[in-house]
Design a protein around this ligand. Sequence first.
Ligand code: NIG
Ligand code: FE
Length: 419
Amino acid sequence: MSLLVRGANQVVSPIGDRARRGSEISFLETIPRGVVRCEDGLVVFVGTEEDHQRRFAPADEVLDADGGCVLPGFVDPHTHPVWAGSREDEFDRRLRGETYMEIARSGGGINATVRATRDASSEELLTGTLRRLDQFLLHGTTTIEAKSGYGLDLETEVRMLEVIHRADAVHPVDLHPTCLAAHEVPAEHRDHPEIWVRRLIDEIHPEIARRGLAEAVDVFCEEGVFDLEQTRRLLADAPGYGWKIHLHADELTPLGGAELAVELGALSADHLMCVTPAGIAALAASDTVAVLLPGTSFFLRSAYAPARELVDAGCAVALATDCNPGSSPTESMPAILALACLGMGLGLAEALTAATLNAAAAIGRAHELGSLEEGKRADLIVLGAPTYHHLVYHYGVNPVQHVVKAGKVVVQNGQRSHR
Ligand code: NIG
Ligand code: FE
């Protein structure tokens, strides 16, 4: 099965099979009036229409980009897409002055979503997740990392990860499951958090590993949640389970999470709103990707991560939504790009690389995703605008017109197709 995407004003993509850093993050290959040919789920040609005609027979199917801009599909390397209920009441309390942590300590926050998620059936969780995946896809995201973490008991953490696997099997968006059972201390263990840490290490992580439900593990390393020493113990068995490591690091306080992520050889250190100069230096000297989540800063009305310093220091910087019901309820990478540029000071080309190739590197997939090159997965989007600048310039609307996932048109004219 072959598909030719033609009629574009331009095809634009970062190039390479690893994260781009420093000044290289803004290098994009631009092919005016370029075409992309997909075969059996992979990109087999990116170039001019004339070259394509010389080398290939007509394709089985043609998608007319109609003067739009063709880009790689977004990779979202940090999401919490499985939950029940919603927290708009807390949002209103925060608007009137309470902080995220004050609300969490008064029984709201993550534990409020945990109560709703434990009470929901797996079918209800799956339905909600698929609804969110449709939004991811309509906004141009073709691959996400997906965390558990609203169960905080073995049964519900397992159910969440099973829902992630079931959603991956039936929905075009690819999901990469991460065990985040260490997302918070559940209410029943609040008085003795060490008992919860031991249960995670001795029962919950081993059982999830035994069932093969996760490819990575994450911990919310934060004052009042899991400190550095607990986080180190929680992650000690990860290599033995074959799990990659992501870390919620230096989000609300400068604990040294970035340095710990580097020390442990983590794929990514995420959030980093409070990262210290030592943390930036450690990241710059490592392969750990700095995953920035400007939607969370925007939604919590807190400081942005020092994106400029991180890029200029030579760190591998990626962007993600952090899609979750408490601190960033959005599936939209275009919204995140707008905040990355207008809130954190990234340039457009930097933000695009951070949301595609570098985001793929943050989940260990830069060799197969994140750019439009021969041999990579045929995941691409067509904007209803002539250049990629319109992604941010025309802000607050969805610029994504068509989406191709693994060589199939799955969104056409802003609507889901091929159900
Ligand atoms: O990434 N930091 C911890 N976890 C989420 C928030 C989850 C929630 O509030 O439900 C985050 O911001
Ligand atoms: Fe998060």
